[in-house]
Design a protein around this ligand. Structure first.
Ligand code: PMP
Ligand code: GLN
Length: 381
């Protein structure tokens, strides 16, 4: 059988989680919290699960009351006019489905799609399944900043779409106002659309605010902006996210969404609609995650790992050169999982060609006890 993705194996997140389970390792590899969603949310879900009439298909674009809440939240948070719940907001099965549906909706065979690397592992294969051609531009180490001159050089009249991700997985880098201005200038007068993956929008540190593509009118008019309730509510298993885009783009997205999943789980949407108006939860997230980052950095100080700067998301990159000079990152990540009992992700998995910078990624979305136990193992190893 001729595979459509012959070079694609099992996702690194699944591979490392399996290995962690086999070895009894603490799993700091796959990105997910080891704590539960806020009780108001789980209680709301329990309530809606026991409500007659909340068990059949939700409307294709999402529950109107959830879209209304998202509209109000987005307007307040980003100081913009509210996106229309009717024409601009679509609830999806996680940001994953939104990513796939956007790509399927706009990428034609032969279209180029610009991707900044390292990049989340689904971007490349999902582009190629549409017959698109991913064009990769490397972010600059050690800060994982975009080099806008290189981006400009990679843009062609065939560039149908560009993907950005801020805060960035795996590096935690954050796009600044100046970055967005540069990007807006670059895309002006081009036919290139933008897919802005902002699933970690509520996790930025050191007083730096997340800036959204929605805040730049010249970008917002050509952008699909994605978020994920999985990240915002410590509920990655709920698989609910959304896409905000102008009416014309949303209409194209929905053409695909209606045939991909049609609609998203009804009781979970009701539960999220109940809690979203309370800003206190997500306003506390930057501090909540900064404390975890700071704790992890402190706990790791006595180890021989060299930590890079993390400005956002819930990941910490580390060089292991002082421990295993020259060892490739996949081999090191596996060995660390087996021998030290702490699972991590090799950063080469985020490069289409396996570029290896000698870096591994730790997820610090964990309880203090978990981070303490992991650091202890790493120190003792
Ligand atoms: N984009 C990025 C950058 C991510 O890290 C993730 C989460 N793994 C996703 C998209 C997918 O989000 P979801 O879990 O809501 O499908
Ligand atoms: N986004 C998560 C990560 O980066 C993993 C999600 C998944 O396993 N598909 O670790």
């Amino acid at each position: 059988f001729a595979s459509k993705l012959p070079d694609v194996g099992t996702s690194i997140f699944t591979v490392m989680s399996q290995l962690a389970a086999e070895c009894g390792a603490i799993n700091l590899a796959q990105g997910f919290p080891d704590y539960d969603p806020p009780q108001v949310l789980t209680q709301a879900l329990a309530r809606h699960a026991q409500t007659s009439g909340h068990h059949q298909y939700a409307p294709m674009p999402g529950l109107p009351r959830l879209r209304e809440q998202i509209s109000q939240k987005t307007a307040q948070l980003y100081g913009i006019l509210p996106p229309s719940p009717d024409t601009d907001i679509t609830i999806t099965s996680g940001a994953t489905e939104a990513l796939y549906a956007v790509l399927a909706a706009v990428v034609r065979p032969g279209d180029e799609v610009l991707v900044l690397e390292p990049a989340y592992d689904l971007y490349g294969p999902a582009i190629r399944l549409q017959g698109g051609v991913p064009v990769y531009v490397s972010l600059l180490l050690p800060d994982f900043r975009p080099d806008w001159e290189r981006v400009a050089a990679a843009l062609t009249p065939r560039t149908r779409l560009m993907l950005v991700n801020t805060p960035h997985n795996p590096s935690g880098a954050v796009l600044t106002d100046a970055d967005w201005q540069q990007l807006a200038a670059l895309l002006a007068d081009t036919p290139t659309l933008l897919l802005s993956d902002e699933v970690y929008e509520h996790m930025t540190f050191d007083g730096q605010a997340h800036r959204s593509a929605l805040q730049y009118p010249a970008l917002a008019e050509r952008s699909f902006v994605l978020s994920s309730f999985g990240k915002t509510y410590h509920a990655t298993g709920w698989k609910v996210g959304y896409c905000i885009a102008p009416a014309l783009l949303t209409a194209e997205l929905r053409r695909v969404h209606q045939f991909l999943t049609f609609s998203v789980s009804t009781p979970t949407q009701h539960a999220l609609a109940d809690v979203l108006a309370d800003a206190a939860h997500y306003e506390a997230l930057p501090d909540f995650y900064q404390q975890k980052r700071d704790l992890f950095v402190e706990l790791m100080a006595p180890t021989r790992f060299e930590l890079l700067q993390t400005q956002g998301a819930y990941f910490q990159l580390a060089r292991y050169d002082a421990i295993a000079p020259g060892e490739d990152d996949v081999s090191f990540a596996r060995r660390l999982t087996r021998e030290a009992g702490v699972a991590v992700v090799p950063v080469s998995a985020f490069y289409h060609d396996g570029t290896d910078h000698g870096l591994v990624r730790f997820c610090f979305a964990k309880q203090p006890e978990t981070l303490t136990a992991a650091a202890k193992r790493l120190h003792a190893w």
